[in-house]
Design a protein around this ligand. Structure first.
Ligand SMILES: [Zn+2]
Ligand SMILES: [Zn+2]
Length: 160
């Protein structure tokens, strides 16, 4: 169904599945849930340790695996902006584009009604029920376009 999905708490979801969380895992889940942007595993570890100092790297990866398996989070490579680094965000967010600036590595999010229409159209034409869409765009953000003299975005991209 189009429209913004109800924001569901990952913790509630896990509790509903009868999964008990250690304080470490809870700290990791809460960190992902409260994050505004996109976290990589190293940043997630650092932030989660502020809530629960005993959180370690292995627990972060095991928890990310669990959340991925349960389809509660998305794993994004974001145009491989930072090499093999992957980024995580909760599934409860509505669909959005990720615009990756290949110059300053900033990630912008953009949502437009066209996104929902596109999903609807693909679903109508294929009969496919769509749960998740990933749309990533690589290019230059407005600030970087200005820095590089701006007006010829196509030429700028050829540098790549
Ligand atoms: Zn930029
Ligand atoms: Zn996002």
């Amino acid at each position: 169904m189009p429209g913004i999905p109800e924001k569901k708490s990952i913790l509630d979801d896990l509790a509903g599945r009868g999964l008990r969380l250690t304080s470490q895992r809870r700290a990791i889940v809460e960190t992902i849930q409260d994050a505004q942007g996109h976290l990589d595993a190293a940043t997630l570890l650092k932030l989660a340790q502020k809530r629960e100092p005993r959180v370690n790297r292995a627990t972060v990866y095991r928890t990310l695996d669990l959340l991925k398996r349960l389809r509660l989070i998305d794993e994004l490579d974001l145009m491989h902006l930072e090499g093999e680094k992957h980024f995580y965000e909760t599934r409860s967010k509505s669909g959005h584009f990720h615009l990756a600036c290949l110059s300053c590595k900033k990630i912008l999010e953009h949502d437009t009604p066209t996104f929902a229409r596109l999903k609807q159209e693909v679903s109508d034409e294929t009969g496919f029920s769509i749960d998740v869409v990933r749309l990533e765009v690589g290019g230059q953000c407005p600030a970087c376009r200005n820095l590089s003299g701006g007006n010829s975005p196509l030429k700028d991209r050829e540098v790549l």
